[in-house]
Design a binder for this molecule. Structure first.
Ligand SMILES: [Zn+2]
Ligand SMILES: [Zn+2]
Length: 69
């Protein structure tokens, strides 16, 4: 796979959208791995430095899925 930005060989894929990124264009962004309920509050398990392509726009907050409550 090639880098989305410069067509060099990618070293990884964006965790959010799956685009390839080379070492020059790889960025990091917190990624929510898991949501879980602990007593009355909802908590999230986050990867602080997940690989990010810089081209996509992950939402800062997860969307509500009220039917799962
Ligand atoms: Zn690149
Ligand atoms: Zn991306």
């Amino acid at each position: 796979m090639d880098c989305w930005h410069c067509r060099k060989t990618a070293v990884g894929t964006c965790r959010f959208c799956g685009r390839g990124v080379c070492e020059n264009h790889a960025q990091t962004q917190p990624y929510i791995l898991e949501l879980f309920k602990k007593r009355e509050t909802t908590q999230v398990l986050v990867v602080e430095d997940a690989l990010y392509c810089g081209a996509c726009t992950p939402r800062p907050d997860p969307l509500d899925l009220p039917e799962l409550d």
